[in-house]
Design a binder for this molecule. Structure first.
Ligand SMILES: Cc1ncc(COP(=O)(O)O)c(C=O)c1O
Length: 407
């Protein structure tokens, strides 16, 4: 018998570009835990981990669907009642479209992947905000397309630099991504910015990929659709039950393709891709119907809890020497900045903070920021009391780090 080969089996080179810092940094956290330090995970935006609970009527809807025998494949575009509910929700928000333009997806994530796969060839360019939610760059790496970063400005409430966006458009540009409300910054874009983004999409015939997964968790109340400024512009909106309906593990999401016939081919391509993966999670689609047609009072309490945590975060972090943070207006993320000494990176600061205190944040370069700029992202879903104790630890550690007593 010939000897069994021992060389390791190679993986595709595209994998090296698929980087998702939010989870990658957990490997270091596990080592810190193994060494006996309790880790406080502020890296993943999952409200369930911090005691928030899925509304009971959604659980009942899934439970009923399973008991009623809805356990087979569902249509690849999703069940009719949920697609209708999404279309009605879009219309209420100012983006009227027919249910036929809705595709139910495994979370916002799958919608993003389907849209980018349908739109971009290898070598094509997609305009992505920096800092960005890292799935965009990861999926583009997988496709072989190129993320072209446009600035969002911490000196101006993390709003997008519209002139910069316009200057980056080339014949290879295939889409413009807007994340509003934003992860990682917590920014909500004012109407004038939203209108300008829609105008750019409309005049350049570029699909605006509107990631609106946090639209219901803006502290001042649910937001209209970005596309409301021109429902005939080429806008595709994405959302899910993950955040505003407190069910991230269900992977229940949707995308809705704007009503313009300019997007008909894109819609057909997305449906073709969706056929290949059979369907999203069937029983959970019944919860989409229940969520969008039912009681949303849990969101009032959730938004208030988030506002309180945001206030603690902003007050406490801005009181630390060497740290400043722009106040978030939505969601559960803040993107503080620490003034780093020359030659030190955001990752070194975050890993050192983790080792010294067990507090796990994500370094800004994981979202595309420059490593020397010293940004890091905090998920502020923990209780206000726990957050206060975490910020005490960050303050003590940062003073030592900046004095050169920690590396
Ligand atoms: C901006 C943004 N888009 C998409 C997602 C993915 O959400 P989903 O759970 O719906 O796939 C997240 C998750 O954190 C996000 O922050």
């Amino acid at each position: 018998m010939s000897a069994r080969p021992t060389t390791s089996i190679p993986v595709a080179s595209r994998i090296s570009g698929f980087v998702y810092a939010i989870r990658n940094i957990v490997a270091e956290a596990r080592r810190v835990e193994a060494a006996g330090t309790t880790v406080r995970y502020l890296n993943i935006g999952d409200p369930i981990l911090f005691g928030f609970r899925t509304p009971p009527h959604l659980i009942e809807a899934v439970d009923r669907a399973i008991r009623d025998g809805h356990n087979g494949y569902v249509p690849s575009v999703g069940i009719a009642s949920a697609r209708e509910a999404v279309a009605e929700e879009c219309a209420r928000r100012g983006m009227p479209l027919s249910p036929d333009r809705v595709v139910l997806t495994s979370g916002t994530s799958e919608g993003i992947e389907l849209a980018l796969t349908a739109l971009a060839e290898a070598g094509d360019e997609v305009l992505v905000p920096v800092p960005t939610y890292p799935l965009y760059t990861a999926v583009l790496a997988k496709i072989g397309a190129v993320p072209v970063f446009y600035r969002t400005d911490p000196g101006n409430g993390w709003l997008p630099d519209l002139d910069h966006i316009r200057s980056l458009i080339t014949p290879k540009t295939r889409a413009l991504v807007a994340i509003d409300p934003n992860n990682p910054t917590g920014a909500v874009y004012p109407a004038a910015i939203r209108r300008a983004l829609v105008d750019i999409a409309d005049t350049h015939n570029l699909p605006l990929l509107a990631d609106e997964v946090y639209a219901d968790v803006a502290f001042d109340g649910a937001l209209p659709a970005i596309a409301q400024h021109n429902p005939d512009a080429p806008v595709i909106t994405f959302s899910s039950l993950s955040k505003a309906y407190l069910a991230p593990g269900w992977r229940a999401g949707w995308m809705a393709v704007g009503r313009t016939d300019r997007l008909d081919d894109v819609l057909a391509a997305v449906k073709k891709l969706a056929d290949g993966r059979l369907c999203a999670t069937g029983p959970m689609e019944y919860a989409i119907t229940a969520a969008l047609n039912g009681d949303r009072s849990h969101q009032v309490a959730f938004r208030e809890a988030l506002r309180e945590r945001s206030n603690v975060t902003v007050a406490r972090l801005n009181a630390i020497d060497g740290i400043s943070v722009v106040a978030p207006s939505a969601a559960f993320y803040a993107m503080p900045r620490v003034t780093l000494p020359p030659g030190v990176t955001d990752e070194q600061y975050v890993v050192s903070l983790l080792r010294a205190t067990g507090v796990l944040c994500v370094y800004g370069s994981g979202f595309g920021a420059r490593p020397e700029d010293g940004f890091f992202r905090i998920v502020f879903l923990a209780s206000p009391a726990e957050l206060a104790s975490i910020y005490d630890d960050i303050g003590t550690f940062t003073a030592e780090f900046l004095a050169g007593r920690r590396q």
